[in-house]
Structure formats: structure tokens, C-alpha cells
Design a protein around this ligand. Structure first.
Ligand code: SAM
Ligand code: SF4
Length: 326
């Protein structure tokens, strides 16, 4: 498989697939309290349609697939779907991003179906605060899910924390300490303005988080890459796990971007932070051949912009993060 590069010579080998826009939470940075207009079921790609897209993408050199949502574990049939994906030749890394609420009861079957690992979004270790940030979630269930994922071998477990000033930024040391005794990768994510105009007052840069973490000791940069994403990793002295920083705002990593996104309604989105999408659902439903699908996927890859334009205060307004998948 030769692999495809975009028009800026970036090799594209990673597809993030949102399998639903539904979610059992309403995190404050992701969805408005009233929720968003949900896609009618018939407008969502079926699992068979997604499998066809992944087959075509794998032929083009896509080898890493991440399943996301909304919350991917609320979609019925997700375990058998993972089983189908895991049997597609050329896909060597199959992962999933979840809020963890349903992970405790599904981890074992997901692992058996062929899922390699999970990222769990967790923004606080305090039950009341968790309820407030997620507008109703139960932290205990998420912690149970993380333990279960670790036990069944969905590892390395990565925890994603979106840092917000005055909301959870007083917990960055607690999160970093988790990596001392657990082989977990804790990643601090800069909050992005997606579907909400302008920068948020509670944005905290990774530079600031990193400075605060020096209270725990020297952060040693890890030369090796962990996973397929943009995080830069460090380790505290003698820690089992690592600390990562995802810095879309303060230090744009567009030059290394290797990904393409598929939305639940079948739009191929070349860039998370730009609104343009290439429609795959219509050709799929008109019976497009794998060859035709490959050519549409190539078209989306070539449409990848060189970088995002958040610095000029241009952010996508067409969708919220829950509708794209993060
Ligand atoms: N429901 C799953 C979850 O929460 O992990 C998967 C979908 S969620 C949209 C994917 C990721 O996007 C999560 O890690 C979440 O924290 C992140 N996210 C959502 N809104 C964000 C924002 N405005 N800025 C940065 N990250 C965001
Ligand atoms: Fe749902 Fe994930 Fe968005 Fe939270 S971050 S509202 S769990 S999709």
C-alpha cells in the first residue's frame, strides 16, 4: 500500500469516525445545555456503509482508525461493528474515544471484538464537579470503566482532560500525579472554539499547565511517539505513565496533521477546524464502487487546508464538537 499524501505532502493514514451524534452527557465545552438538533436515523451512515468506507480508505493507506461520537458506546451494535472493522486488512490500530460511562459493561466485549485501546475523556476527579461539567454524569461509573478497560487490556489507557480556568484548572496537579503510580497517559487539551464564536474566557494554554506541573518535579520530554496524534509527551521522575499536551491553539500542529474525519451523516471532513466537508453518503447510497469511493476520499484529502485559522479568530460555526467527534 503506497499511501496518500495531501497537497502539502503530509501523509494521511488516520481516519476518525463519528458513529453517532447522540450522547448521554452534555459537557459544557462540547454541547449546549439544550443539546443540538439530532440527525434522523436514516441520515446516519449504517455500520455496513461505514465498513465500506473504511475498506476503500484502507486501500489508500489509511491504517489507523478511531471511533468517536457523540458518545460511540450509546449506539446499538457497536461491538459487532468493531468486530467487522477489526477484520479489514490494512487496519493495524483500532481505538475508541469515550466518556467512559458505559465502558465498565462493554470493555470486555469490545476487547474481544478486536478493539486495541481507548481514550477516556475525564475533566475532573471530583464527583460534584463532574456532574456539573458533564451536566449530570456519574464519576464513579467512569472510574469503574477506566479500571475495567485497563484490566481487559484496552491499553495504554489515555485520559483526556480539557483544562478550563476557574472550572477544573486547580486539578492539573492531581491529574499529573495519577501518572506516577498508574501506567496511564494523561493528556491536557486546550479548549477549542468549535461552534461557539471567539475564544473562551476560561481557555488555559498548555504552556501555563506545564509551568504549574513543575511543582511536581522535572518533566522529561519523551522522544518516542505515543499513538497517532499530536500530543507531546513528558514523564515525571520515576512515573509509570506519561503526561501529554495537545496544543491546537498555542502551538498549532497542522504541519504534522495525518488525519481525516468522517461524520455520522457521512461527510468527510478534511480539517476539524474548517467547515468544508465532502459528501460520501449520497454516492454510497447510489451504489458507488470502491474505486469511486477511493477517488472521493482522495478528493477530501487534497482539500485539506494547510492549517487552521483560529489565530485570526476564524473557527467553524457549522457544527459542535459532538457532531464532528473531536
Ligand atoms: N463522547 C466521547 C468523549 O467525550 O470522549 C467522544 C466524542 S468527544 C466530542 C471527543 C473529544 O473531544 C473529548 O475528549 C472531548 O473532551 C473533546 N472536546 C469536546 N469539545 C471540545 C472543545 N471545545 N475543545 C477541546 N476538546 C473538546
Ligand atoms: Fe458527549 Fe463527549 Fe461531547 Fe461530553 S465531550 S458532550 S461526552 S460527545
Amino acid at each position: 500500500m503506497s499511501g496518500v499524501s495531501d497537497s502539502f505532502a503530509r501523509p494521511i493514514n488516520y481516519l476518525r469516525i463519528s458513529i453517532t451524534d447522540r450522547c448521554n452527557l452534555r459537557c459544557v465545552y462540547c454541547m449546549p445545555a439544550e443539546g443540538v438538533r439530532l440527525l434522523p436515523k436514516k441520515e446516519m451512515l449504517s455500520f455496513e456503509e461505514i465498513v465500506t468506507v473504511v475498506r476503500a480508505a484502507a486501500d489508500l493507506g489509511i491504517s489507523k482508525v478511531r471511533i468517536t461520537g457523540g458518545e460511540p458506546l450509546v449506539r446499538a451494535g457497536v461491538v459487532s461493528f468493531i468486530g467487522l472493522l477489526s477484520r479489514i486488512g490494512g487496519i493495524d490500530d483500532l481505538s475508541l474515544t469515550t466518556n467512559g460511562l458505559l465502558l465498565g459493561r462493554q470493555a470486555q466485549s469490545l476487547r474481544e471484538a478486536g478493539l486495541n485501546r481507548v481514550n477516556v475523556s475525564l475533566d475532573t476527579l471530583r464527583p460534584e464537579r463532574f456532574r456539573a461539567i458533564t451536566r449530570g454524569g456519574n464519576l464513579v461509573e467512569v472510574l469503574r470503566g477506566i479500571e475495567q478497560a485497563q484490566q481487559v487490556g484496552l491499553s495504554p489507557v489515555k485520559l483526556n482532560m480539557v483544562v478550563m480556568r476557574g472550572v477544573n484548572d486547580d486539578e492539573v496537579l492531581d491529574f499529573a500525579r495519577l501518572t506516577v503510580e498508574r501506567d496511564w497517559h494523561v493528556r491536557f487539551i486546550e479548549m477549542m472554539p468549535v461552534g461557539q464564536r471567539g475564544y473562551q474566557a476560561d481557555y488555559v494554554s498548555s504552556t501555563e499547565v506545564k509551568e504549574r506541573l513543575t511543582a511536581l518535579g522535572e518533566l522529561v520530554a519523551q522522544g518516542v511517539r505515543i499513538g497517532n496524534g499530536p500530543a507531546r509527551y513528558y514523564r515525571l521522575p520515576d512515573a509509570l505513565g506519561t503526561i501529554g499536551f495537545i496544543t491546537p491553539i498555542s502551538e498549532c500542529f497542522c504541519a504534522e496533521c495525518n488525519r481525516l474525519r468522517l461524520t455520522a451523516e457521512g461527510g468527510l471532513r478534511p480539517c476539524l477546524l474548517a467547515s468544508n466537508e465532502v459528501d460520501l453518503r449520497t454516492p454510497l447510497r447510489k451504489g458507488a464502487s470502491l474505486d469511486e469511493l477511493r477517488s472521493i476520499i482522495r478528493q477530501a484529502i487534497f482539500a485539506k487546508p494547510e492549517q487552521h485559522h483560529l489565530a485570526e479568530n476564524l473557527s467553524p460555526q457549522d457544527k459542535r464538537m459532538s457532531q464532528i467527534g473531536g
